[in-house]
Design a protein around this ligand. Structure first.
Ligand SMILES: Cc1cc2nc3c(=O)[nH]c(=O)nc-3n(C[C@H](O)[C@H](O)[C@H](O)COP(=O)(O)O)c2cc1C
Length: 211
Protein backbone atom coordinates (compact mmCIF):
# COMPACT_ATOMS: atom_id res chain seq x y z
CA UNK A 1 0.00 0.00 0.00
CA UNK A 2 1.28 3.41 -0.93
CA UNK A 3 1.48 5.69 2.10
CA UNK A 4 0.93 8.70 -0.13
CA UNK A 5 -2.61 7.48 -0.87
CA UNK A 6 -3.59 7.55 2.83
CA UNK A 7 -5.60 10.69 3.51
CA UNK A 8 -8.77 11.85 5.13
CA UNK A 9 -10.81 15.01 5.45
CA UNK A 10 -11.07 16.78 8.80
CA UNK A 11 -14.63 17.99 9.30
CA UNK A 12 -15.67 17.47 12.93
CA UNK A 13 -15.40 20.95 14.40
CA UNK A 14 -14.07 24.46 14.06
CA UNK A 15 -12.13 26.89 16.22
CA UNK A 16 -12.11 30.68 15.89
CA UNK A 17 -10.75 33.53 17.98
CA UNK A 18 -14.40 34.27 18.83
CA UNK A 19 -15.21 30.85 20.29
CA UNK A 20 -11.76 30.39 21.86
CA UNK A 21 -11.69 31.03 25.62
CA UNK A 22 -9.84 34.09 26.96
CA UNK A 23 -7.58 31.83 29.03
CA UNK A 24 -5.88 28.96 27.15
CA UNK A 25 -6.20 26.62 30.15
CA UNK A 26 -9.99 26.88 29.90
CA UNK A 27 -9.89 25.84 26.26
CA UNK A 28 -7.42 23.05 27.13
CA UNK A 29 -9.77 21.87 29.87
CA UNK A 30 -12.73 21.80 27.46
CA UNK A 31 -10.75 19.79 24.89
CA UNK A 32 -9.37 17.43 27.54
CA UNK A 33 -12.87 16.79 28.91
CA UNK A 34 -14.13 16.02 25.42
CA UNK A 35 -11.36 13.54 24.71
CA UNK A 36 -11.76 11.86 28.12
CA UNK A 37 -15.48 11.44 27.42
CA UNK A 38 -14.55 9.28 24.42
CA UNK A 39 -12.84 6.77 26.76
CA UNK A 40 -9.93 6.31 24.37
CA UNK A 41 -6.78 4.74 25.75
CA UNK A 42 -3.84 7.01 26.56
CA UNK A 43 -5.81 10.20 25.93
CA UNK A 44 -3.61 11.84 28.58
CA UNK A 45 -0.37 10.87 26.87
CA UNK A 46 1.76 13.69 25.53
CA UNK A 47 5.14 14.11 23.93
CA UNK A 48 7.64 16.15 25.86
CA UNK A 49 10.47 17.63 23.86
CA UNK A 50 13.68 18.68 25.57
CA UNK A 51 16.82 20.30 24.22
CA UNK A 52 19.73 17.87 24.38
CA UNK A 53 23.29 18.94 25.21
CA UNK A 54 24.27 17.51 21.77
CA UNK A 55 22.03 20.10 20.08
CA UNK A 56 19.43 17.55 19.03
CA UNK A 57 15.88 17.99 20.34
CA UNK A 58 14.68 14.83 22.08
CA UNK A 59 11.09 13.65 22.28
CA UNK A 60 9.29 10.96 24.25
CA UNK A 61 5.79 10.20 25.57
CA UNK A 62 4.82 10.71 29.21
CA UNK A 63 1.45 10.76 30.94
CA UNK A 64 -0.12 14.02 32.06
CA UNK A 65 -1.14 13.50 35.67
CA UNK A 66 -2.72 16.86 36.50
CA UNK A 67 -3.08 20.41 35.26
CA UNK A 68 -4.38 23.70 36.59
CA UNK A 69 -3.88 27.41 35.87
CA UNK A 70 -0.21 27.07 36.91
CA UNK A 71 0.65 24.35 34.41
CA UNK A 72 0.97 20.68 33.53
CA UNK A 73 2.37 17.95 35.79
CA UNK A 74 4.02 14.65 34.85
CA UNK A 75 6.26 12.27 36.82
CA UNK A 76 9.57 10.70 35.95
CA UNK A 77 13.10 9.95 37.07
CA UNK A 78 15.11 13.16 37.58
CA UNK A 79 18.33 11.38 36.48
CA UNK A 80 16.84 10.20 33.19
CA UNK A 81 17.88 11.73 29.87
CA UNK A 82 14.93 14.09 30.01
CA UNK A 83 15.72 14.99 33.63
CA UNK A 84 19.31 15.82 32.74
CA UNK A 85 18.20 17.83 29.72
CA UNK A 86 15.71 19.82 31.83
CA UNK A 87 18.41 20.53 34.44
CA UNK A 88 20.51 22.05 31.62
CA UNK A 89 17.65 23.85 29.91
CA UNK A 90 14.18 23.95 31.47
CA UNK A 91 12.54 25.20 28.25
CA UNK A 92 10.39 22.31 27.00
CA UNK A 93 7.55 21.69 24.64
CA UNK A 94 4.50 19.46 25.21
CA UNK A 95 2.41 18.01 22.42
CA UNK A 96 -0.97 16.30 22.47
CA UNK A 97 -2.56 14.64 19.43
CA UNK A 98 -6.18 13.50 19.61
CA UNK A 99 -6.96 12.00 16.18
CA UNK A 100 -10.56 11.13 17.08
CA UNK A 101 -11.27 14.83 17.57
CA UNK A 102 -8.95 15.94 14.76
CA UNK A 103 -7.05 18.08 17.25
CA UNK A 104 -3.54 18.78 18.41
CA UNK A 105 -2.28 21.09 21.15
CA UNK A 106 1.29 22.38 21.31
CA UNK A 107 2.60 24.02 24.45
CA UNK A 108 5.90 25.75 25.17
CA UNK A 109 6.79 26.17 28.80
CA UNK A 110 9.34 26.16 31.58
CA UNK A 111 9.73 22.98 33.64
CA UNK A 112 10.38 23.00 37.38
CA UNK A 113 10.38 20.18 39.92
CA UNK A 114 7.21 19.69 41.95
CA UNK A 115 7.49 19.71 45.75
CA UNK A 116 8.83 16.56 47.44
CA UNK A 117 5.46 16.21 49.18
CA UNK A 118 3.61 16.21 45.85
CA UNK A 119 6.04 13.70 44.34
CA UNK A 120 5.82 11.37 47.34
CA UNK A 121 2.03 11.55 47.46
CA UNK A 122 1.78 10.58 43.80
CA UNK A 123 4.51 7.91 44.09
CA UNK A 124 2.62 6.15 46.88
CA UNK A 125 -0.70 6.39 45.01
CA UNK A 126 0.77 4.11 42.30
CA UNK A 127 0.32 0.31 42.39
CA UNK A 128 2.89 -1.45 44.61
CA UNK A 129 4.69 -3.08 41.65
CA UNK A 130 5.01 0.28 39.85
CA UNK A 131 6.59 1.77 42.97
CA UNK A 132 9.08 -1.12 43.11
CA UNK A 133 9.87 -0.78 39.40
CA UNK A 134 10.50 2.96 39.77
CA UNK A 135 12.72 2.32 42.79
CA UNK A 136 14.94 -0.20 40.98
CA UNK A 137 15.06 1.44 37.55
CA UNK A 138 17.90 3.85 36.87
CA UNK A 139 15.90 5.22 33.99
CA UNK A 140 17.91 5.82 30.79
CA UNK A 141 21.07 4.12 32.12
CA UNK A 142 22.46 1.17 30.15
CA UNK A 143 21.69 -2.22 31.73
CA UNK A 144 23.33 -5.56 30.93
CA UNK A 145 20.10 -7.50 30.34
CA UNK A 146 16.38 -7.91 31.01
CA UNK A 147 17.27 -10.57 33.61
CA UNK A 148 19.36 -7.99 35.53
CA UNK A 149 16.27 -5.75 35.83
CA UNK A 150 13.97 -8.59 36.85
CA UNK A 151 16.41 -9.80 39.51
CA UNK A 152 16.65 -6.30 40.99
CA UNK A 153 12.86 -6.03 40.96
CA UNK A 154 12.37 -9.43 42.65
CA UNK A 155 15.09 -8.73 45.24
CA UNK A 156 13.56 -5.43 46.34
CA UNK A 157 10.05 -6.92 46.41
CA UNK A 158 11.33 -9.69 48.71
CA UNK A 159 13.22 -7.24 50.92
CA UNK A 160 10.17 -5.00 51.30
CA UNK A 161 8.04 -7.96 52.38
CA UNK A 162 4.78 -6.18 51.53
CA UNK A 163 5.74 -2.72 52.80
CA UNK A 164 5.93 0.19 50.35
CA UNK A 165 9.35 1.38 49.12
CA UNK A 166 10.38 4.95 49.86
CA UNK A 167 9.97 7.41 47.01
CA UNK A 168 13.51 7.64 45.59
CA UNK A 169 15.11 11.09 45.93
CA UNK A 170 15.68 11.11 42.16
CA UNK A 171 12.04 10.41 41.30
CA UNK A 172 9.30 13.00 41.14
CA UNK A 173 7.20 15.42 39.19
CA UNK A 174 7.75 18.34 36.89
CA UNK A 175 5.38 21.25 36.57
CA UNK A 176 5.55 22.83 33.12
CA UNK A 177 4.49 26.49 33.31
CA UNK A 178 3.15 27.42 29.86
CA UNK A 179 4.15 30.57 27.98
CA UNK A 180 2.60 29.65 24.64
CA UNK A 181 -0.17 27.38 23.32
CA UNK A 182 -1.26 26.43 19.85
CA UNK A 183 -4.65 24.77 19.41
CA UNK A 184 -5.10 23.05 16.04
CA UNK A 185 -8.46 21.94 14.76
CA UNK A 186 -8.50 20.02 11.49
CA UNK A 187 -10.79 21.51 8.84
CA UNK A 188 -12.05 20.68 5.39
CA UNK A 189 -9.68 20.93 2.41
CA UNK A 190 -6.66 21.33 4.72
CA UNK A 191 -7.73 24.88 5.66
CA UNK A 192 -7.19 24.06 9.30
CA UNK A 193 -7.79 26.36 12.29
CA UNK A 194 -4.73 27.33 14.33
CA UNK A 195 -5.25 29.57 17.34
CA UNK A 196 -2.18 30.67 19.28
CA UNK A 197 -2.02 32.14 22.80
CA UNK A 198 1.16 33.92 23.88
CA UNK A 199 1.85 35.18 27.37
CA UNK A 200 2.79 38.89 27.31
CA UNK A 201 3.00 40.84 30.59
CA UNK A 202 0.67 38.36 32.32
CA UNK A 203 -1.95 38.63 29.54
CA UNK A 204 -2.68 36.00 26.94
CA UNK A 205 -2.51 37.46 23.42
CA UNK A 206 -4.58 35.46 20.91
CA UNK A 207 -3.90 35.21 17.20
CA UNK A 208 -4.76 33.01 14.25
CA UNK A 209 -2.11 31.38 12.10
CA UNK A 210 -2.34 30.18 8.53
CA UNK A 211 -2.61 26.41 8.32
C1 LIG B 1 2.12 5.61 26.74
C2 LIG B 1 3.43 5.90 27.42
C3 LIG B 1 3.42 6.50 28.66
C4 LIG B 1 4.62 6.81 29.32
N1 LIG B 1 4.59 7.49 30.50
C5 LIG B 1 5.73 7.84 31.09
C6 LIG B 1 5.72 8.70 32.25
O1 LIG B 1 4.67 9.17 32.70
N2 LIG B 1 6.91 9.00 32.81
C7 LIG B 1 8.10 8.54 32.31
O2 LIG B 1 9.15 8.84 32.88
N3 LIG B 1 8.16 7.78 31.19
C8 LIG B 1 7.00 7.43 30.58
N4 LIG B 1 7.04 6.67 29.41
C9 LIG B 1 8.37 6.23 28.90
C10 LIG B 1 9.03 7.39 28.16
O3 LIG B 1 8.46 7.56 26.86
C11 LIG B 1 10.55 7.22 28.02
O4 LIG B 1 10.85 5.97 27.41
C12 LIG B 1 11.26 7.28 29.37
O5 LIG B 1 10.72 8.29 30.20
C13 LIG B 1 12.77 7.54 29.19
O6 LIG B 1 12.96 8.74 28.48
P1 LIG B 1 14.35 9.54 28.50
O7 LIG B 1 15.45 8.52 28.42
O8 LIG B 1 14.29 10.43 27.30
O9 LIG B 1 14.40 10.31 29.79
C14 LIG B 1 5.86 6.41 28.73
C15 LIG B 1 5.85 5.81 27.46
C16 LIG B 1 4.66 5.58 26.81
C17 LIG B 1 4.70 5.01 25.42
Amino acid sequence: MKLESIRREYTRAELSKKNADKHPMHLFQRWMKEVLNLNKIDATSMSIVTNGADGFPDSRIVLLKSYNNEGFVFFTNYNSQKGQAIAENPKVSLHFFWPELERQVRISGIAEKTSIEESEAYFHSRPFESQVAAAVSEQSAEVPSRVYLEEKFDALKKELNGTNPECPKNWGGYLVRPVKFEFWQGRENRLHDRIVYELKDEDWIIKRLAP
